[in-house]
Write a protein that binds this ligand. Structure first.
Ligand SMILES: Cc1ncc(COP(=O)(O)O)c(C=O)c1O
Length: 452
């Protein structure tokens, strides 16, 4: 039986796919954080590469991948293989067929280089000397540190304090690539100092780390900012995943009935899902799309679809998105990349309009699935990815109950070899589950500006 398909390097996609071309309606514009009025994209070029700002608002269906980025993709593990999980299927005794796309097989260990390489490439062309960024689990920080090393740019990373303490080797990896890494909140920035004054051991969150990275950027010349998720150009770069997977599923002679992925800001899942979603939006597929979030940060399952700041310090534009509120204190779950209050605007629209569903799992539920996966398929996935594995196993068990032979495709967004503490806590029974009560979520949502 076929268990793996690979693409020839020459068959790696030459363009990124842009979902904005096919969305049921244009995305609501971002709002200026001071005036709360729709803002033009130009001010974003203080932060992002000019090319990325153009991509942010483009509705072109395809955007060519520059040769310099293609070369880096090829060198660092693309095209990535797609596997069939026959051992997991057998263990579950399910008639479902389970497929997974491997985004863990590059030196940084996750999907994040797909956009880190592209952003670093554009910045190197535009003369940027230093990039600042945030990181949750450290996966994005590692990917950007690696990409900055390859394109000769300095890199400063604000790493959420909870991950900084849980994953010391992620910090070391970033430093090996030459980055400067700070636990966030840090004393480097005004916004960091504010949160440290509230709590000297503040666990931090992606929202706070974003504020710090943005403040560091705008207060220093020749410094720009790179972002690992949520915004349109990041999701665009990630579409390489799904475009490869579309071709690879054809090689398996299968079409997915379910497309599954975990969501922090939404980038790995959008990367896999959007090239399949294109067919659904065009009425040519009735595949179901299932985004999986942690119960600890339930943006799409218990939050609201409305305008919110992208960061906790209220420095970024406001985006219309599912959110639990930018002041929501994300509990310190191991899947640090899922500790973000909001979700990508395009994904939020697709969920809101019913094209995509979302579900939530606790970290114990997710890590149980990760251990089953490790013991059947042999791969130790990232705690973030474990959420996608949980949803996949549950779908496969539903198929077993109904005796249905469905095809389930999920994104293996990263490996967990630098996240073994999560596995250790799971196996020793000390993994804590968090589920915010309604009042906590309502309080965070009350702090959102009222936008008509
Ligand atoms: C392995 C992995 N999966 C998923 C995520 C979640 O981010 P996103 O939703 O942008 O893919 C992260 C973020 O750090 C990650 O490292």
């Amino acid at each position: 039986m076929r268990v793996k398909v690979t693409l020839d390097p020459d068959d790696m996609p030459r363009n990124w796919y842009n979902i904005q071309h096919d969305l049921p309606e244009p995305l609501p514009p971002p709002l200026d954080p001071e005036t709360l009025k729709p803002m033009s994209p130009e001010p974003l070029s203080r932060l992002f590469a000019k090319e990325c700002v153009m991509q942010e608002v483009s509705t072109e269906e395809y955007i060519p991948i520059p040769d310099g980025v293609r070369e880096a993709y090829l060198r660092l593990g693309r095209p990535s293989p797609l596997y069939r999980a026959t051992r997991l299927e057998a263990a579950l005794e399910t008639p479902a067929r389970i497929f997974y796309k491997r985004e863990d097989l590059n030196p940084a260990g996750s999907h994040k280089p797909n956009t880190a390489l592209a952003q670093a490439y554009y910045h190197s062309k535009e003369g940027t000397k230093r990039l600042t960024t945030e990181t949750g689990a450290g996966q994005w920080g590692s990917a950007l540190a690696m990409s900055c090393a390859l394109f000769d740019i300095e890199c400063t990373v604000y790493m959420t304090r909870s991950a900084f303490l849980q994953k010391p080797y992620r910090k070391t990896l970033m430093e090996v690539y030459g980055a400067n890494v700070f636990a966030s909140p840090s004393s480097n920035t005004k916004v960091g100092q504010k949160f440290l004054a509230q709590d000297p051991n503040h666990p931090g969150s992606l929202g706070i780390a974003i504020s710090e990275a943005v403040e560091d950027c705008v207060t220093h010349d020749t410094t720009k900012y790179a972002i690992g998720s949520v915004v349109n150009h990041v999701l665009l770069h990630q579409s390489i995943i799904g475009q490869e997977a579309v071709e690879q599923m054809k090689m398996f002679d299968a079409e997915p009935d379910y497309v599954v992925g975990c969501i922090g800001g939404g980038s790995n899942y959008a990367g896999l899902a959007y090239p399949f979603m294109r067919e659904k939006l065009r009425g040519k597929s009735d595949a179901e799309f299932i985004a999986v979030e942690p119960k600890a940060v339930p943006s799409t399952t218990r939050g609201e679809y409305r305008y919110d700041f992208g960061d906790t310090g209220e420095m970024t534009p406001l985006f219309k998105m599912y959110t639990v509120g930018h002041t929501f204190q994300c509990p310190p779950i191991h899947g640090g990349g899922l500790r973000y209050h909001g979700k990508a605007p395009s994904m939020s629209m697709l969920i809101n309009k019913g094209y995509m569903k979302s579900v939530a799992y606790s970290q114990n539920e997710a890590m149980d699935a990760a251990i089953t996966f490790a013991r059947t398929e042999g791969i130790v996935v990232a705690p973030e990815t474990s959420h996608a594995v949980r949803a996949t196993i549950d779908l496969a068990l539903q198929c077993k109950q109904k005796n249905e032979t469905k095809n389930i495709l999920f994104n293996l967004s990263g490996h967990g070899l630098l996240d073994l503490k999560a596995y250790e806590d799971k196996m020793s029974g000390s993994l804590v589950d968090y589920a915010p009560d309604d009042a906590t979520i309502s309080r965070a949502l009350e702090t959102l500006p009222k936008v008509s």
